[in-house]
Design a protein around this ligand. Structure first.
Ligand code: ADP
Ligand code: MG
Length: 337
């Protein structure tokens, strides 16, 4: 039994390595970008890669590589059920409709004509999203018909960069004002107006589709439930000031009593239908206070969860205690599978 781990500093791989070392699990660190990677890991039973939506190389082939290994019979993390929908909100719309999960009503159009016809007969506001992106970077409010039409024209014209330069500067500035970013951070945001990110340079623009969700009003926070196998942990994220978006805002509450356990139950149930190894489920609440899934993601920044006060098991029993090793759970579950 030997695990190959793609080495990527700052990702789950740091913790996977520590867990393997601590528990005498045999592993090798590899570079998945090597052309002969399949041969390099041919004597391994498992392969793990915390691939990222923010790295253009990962986006180009990580999923295809993982699924290929799965076809060969290797154990992989994340596997197909866990990651085919990663960073793909359009894919998630079909998934949640197909499995009848409580999901924010979502709409997608592949021609300008159909999108414009829908806009003329629907209600506003709506939430406009690109299919990829994180930290709320590609999520905007279309308050009116006119604003929605502007998004549609761009979606079927020049398209959108995955990296919103002005949005990025605004975000850094507003975090600076709140004491959550430095002046240098703001300068970097300013520089990004002129120097595109590597991702923006290398990856295609988003176009040829347009995606909207119903706007679920009066949410001052969202709830994120992370399921890893038969365990779950959670946090509450406050929306930014004068905004409706929580993700990426940096105001996190770890108090277990502020987590609506209906979300934990739904996350477990939906995860059983999806049959994923691990997924973070984000919820908002509709006007009748029912939880609705906004989006899902297998990947996240691990340190943000270290302050969770404990976790739930599948029977919704609470296990108190910080610093449980959820990245270790990923390895245990994988080896058991
Ligand atoms: N349909 C919606 N109605 C109300 N708020 C929403 C809706 N969709 C997203 N949000 C808010 O915007 C934030 C970012 O949206 P999300 O789809 O999760 O994008 P990202 O992938 O960037 O995290 C969420 O954390 C939530 O607070
Ligand atoms: Mg989100």
């Amino acid at each position: 039994m030997k695990i190959a781990i793609h080495n990527s500093k700052g990702s789950f791989s740091d913790r996977w390595v520590s867990y393997c070392e601590k528990n005498n699990i045999s592993f090798i660190l590899v570079n998945a970008y090597d052309s002969d990677i399949v041969e390099q890991i041919s004597d391994c039973t498992a392969f793990m890669w915390h691939h990222s939506h923010g790295n253009y190389k990962d986006v180009l082939f990580a999923k295809q590589f993982l699924y290929s290994l799965e076809q060969r019979g290797m154990k992989v993390f994340p596997n197909f059920n866990t990651t085919w929908h990663f960073d793909d909100k359009v894919g998630q719309k079909y998934l949640f409709e197909a499995i009848d999960a409580p999901f924010v009503p979502s709409f997608v159009f592949y021609t300008k004509k159909e999108a414009m016809e829908w806009i003329n007969k629907t209600t506003f506001p709506k939430v406009f999203k690109l299919r990829g992106g994180a930290g709320s970077a590609n999520v905007k409010l279309a308050k009116t018909k006119l604003q929605a039409k502007k998004f549609v024209r761009k979606a079927f014209g020049r398209g959108f960069s995955q990296f919103d330069r002005l949005g990025y500067l605004k975000e850094r500035y507003s975090k600076f004002i709140q004491g959550k970013d430095t002046f240098i951070g703001v300068c970097k945001g300013f520089a990004r107006l002129f120097i595109p990110t590597e991702f923006a340079k290398m990856y295609h623009r988003e176009k040829g589709y347009v995606y909207f969700q119903d706007f679920i009003p009066n949410n001052s926070f969202d709830i994120r439930i992370v399921v890893v196998g038969d365990k779950a942990f959670a946090l509450k994220r406050l929306v930014r000031k004068n905004d409706f978006r929580a993700s990426g805002g940096g105001s996190i509450i770890y108090d277990k009593n502020q987590i609506d356990e209906r979300c934990v139950k739904i996350a477990f149930e939906v995860n059983e239908k999806i049959k994923s190894q691990s997924i973070a489920y984000d919820f908002v609440f509709d006007k009748d206070n029912n939880p609705l899934i906004v989006e899902i993601s297998y990947g996240y920044t691990a340190p943000a969860y270290d302050k969770c006060e404990g976790y739930w098991d599948r029977d919704l029993n609470w296990h108190k205690g910080e610093n449980f090793d959820f990245c270790g759970w990923m390895i245990d579950d994988l080896l058991k599978s």
